[in-house]
Each structure stands twice: as structure tokens, then as C-alpha cells.
Design a protein around this ligand. Sequence first.
Ligand code: ADP
Ligand code: MG
Length: 378
Amino acid sequence: MPRPAIELFQKTFGTTPGAAASAPGRVNLIGEHTDYNGGPVLPIAIAARTNAAIGPGAPGESGVLEAVSTRYPIVSRVKWQEELPSGWVAYVAGVLRELWSFEAVPFDGSVRVAITSDVPIGAGLSSSAALSVAVAKALAPNLSARQVAGVAFRAEHDHVGVRCGVMDQTISALGKPDHALLFECASLAATQIPFGARLLLVDTGKRHDLSRGGLNERRAECEAAVKRLKIELPELQWLASWPAEWLPRLKRALREPLRSRAVHVVSETARTRFAAQLLQQGKLRQFGKLLYESHESCRRLYECSSPELDTVVSAAKRAGALGARLTGAGWGGAAIVLVNKTDQKTVPAIQRAFEGAYGRSAPISEVKASAGAHTERV
Ligand code: ADP
Ligand code: MG
């Protein structure tokens, strides 16, 4: 029950909301920067959630969105059909615009929204998808989980202008307790795989903002690589569809930095599918090795790591953890560490290494695969 969002709504607008929903953040186990390249990803939904309470706008007003969030406590008012607001309200307006095209906007388009969340922003846990999926689910509770994911994806991608893939919104909408989701981003095939291992999340405390910077640059590089590779393989649509056994040919065809970016995407695609098989078979130790390989590929080839993330992963490896890697695009944010249930050494080893290097601590928490978006009783 998202009481805080309901209370924020009441406190801000002086009325009771008409509906509420919540959606989780996510941690991607493996499959980094494969999503927008049409490859597979293997995320879990986490316990941290964003709550959205919604209700009709003031009487007599049409097409006005009023939105408030504990993170941005001043109420924003926008005519969302006329202009796309900047900042966080763009996510909410983007969802409204998408629902508009389905003719599924409630309350004649005059909407009030209150948001509370315990998903940290810019920590690689996808606070943006938790926000857009929670809002979409609250506004259109009858859409299927897939439809909600689609609305939230297009809100973020087409309206806010973040060149994200479909992973974040999909896992936030489809997540299942004690399961990871193998999601093929080109075919949209989704397979739930049991996941009950002990997973640590290490927050480096370095924030990223994906609406600018590294992510958009990497996407442009991947597109440039596909364009060049189409000379070799005219039917190539997605970089991730390049056959892994043709890596030598890919290396000959591309110059740096496109070569390294493409080698990462193609090898990470094969690694992720193999990792999902290993998980199915309960082979955690081999699965963990692939996490280390993924991190190394992100660091060296995709150049999306950071010194803080590298410190965490190296310390985990030295302490004997099963696996570790950056998660959620990189350039700061969080790392995951897979450990045995009885492991006592890894947490203090990471803390020592991190404090030694940066003079501050990195919060470490355990994450559990949790439920996806659902409506909440008001
Ligand atoms: P993340 O990795 O956390 O998704 P992004 O840069 O993709 O990072 O998205 C963060 C943006 O999402 C914030 O800058 C803000 O605009 C929006 N956002 C996320 N959570 C909230 C929230 N609880 N309230 C308001 N805006 C939010
Ligand atoms: Mg995001």
C-alpha cells in the first residue's frame, strides 16, 4: 500500500486520489548495453519501488497536469497536450501523451499526480522506468503488463528523449519474485528463470544522468557500426544479431572505437544467453565467472566503467566472490556482487578497498528478485 504517495496527494491537492500503483527499480544481472542493440538482457525487479497516486484535476480545467514528487516538492503545472515540460514532469507528460494515442487518458486529460519513491535517482537502478511504469499503471490499470511497459518505454524514449532500450520498463512491469527475466529485446521473447542467489548491490555514490552524455554517444557509435557492417551483411538490423563466429570479420570491417564497441555488444550477447542457460541449470559458479567477464568487456571495450566500479569488482574478486560487475549502464552508479550464502569476507573486503581508495564508504545492500508493477488500494 503506497500510503506515502496517497498522503502526499492529499496534502498537496486537498482531495483523495482516484487510483494508485507502484513499480520497482531493477538490477540487470548481465547483458550490458545489449538492449538497444537488439540483444538479450537478464534483469530482476528489486524491492525498492516508486509509488504514484493519481486523481482528476481541479474542476473546470482541461488538459492540465499538476505533478508533485517528494524529490521535487514544488507542484508543476503544465498543459501537457500543448507543450512537453522539461525535467522530471516530462516522464509523466510522456506517459499521458502515449495514453492519449490509445484514447486511454482518464479524467478528460486533467490529471493530478503525486510521486514517492525509495529508488535512488541515477544509481543505475532505473528510477526513471520505476517512475514512468508506476504512472502508466496508475493511469491505465487495465492495460496488460506488456502494454504498460510499451507506454512507459515510448514516454521515456520518444518524449523525454533518452535513447534507452526496452529493458528497464519491461522488467519493472513484468518482474516476478525470485525470478530473473531473460528478455530478448529484438523478438521481445520473455522467459522467467528462477533466481534465489545472494546478490549484493554496492552503490559507488557517483551519480549519472542518462539523458545526456555517454549513453547517447555509445548508441550513435553502435548505429554507425551497424551502418558499416551492412556492407558485409546487408540484412543486418541489429548489432547484436551479428554472428559471434564472425568476430574476425567484424574486426576487419570496423575501425576504433566502433570495433571495440561492437565486439563488446556481440560477445555480451553470447555471454548473456549462456549465462541464462547456466542459471537455469543452477550452475552459479560458472554464471558468476561470466559476470566478471562482462565487467571486463564493459571496462575495456565499451569504456563505460569508472574507477569506483573497478575498485569494487577487483575487491570482490580478490575476496573470492562468485562474480561481480557494473550494472545499469555504468559511468558510476552501482555494481552487483554474487556471493555464496555463507560468505562473510566479501562485504568487509569491498568496504576496506573502497574506503582506502576514496576516503568514504560505499553503501552495500542485499537485493532480492521482487514483484513488478501493480495497482494499490486507495
Ligand atoms: P536512473 O538510472 O535512475 O533511471 P535516469 O537518468 O535514467 O537515471 O533517470 C533519472 C530521472 O528520472 C530523474 O532525473 C528524474 O527526472 C526522474 N525521476 C526518477 N525518479 C523520480 C522521482 N521519484 N520523482 C521525480 N522524478 C524522478
Ligand atoms: Mg533511467
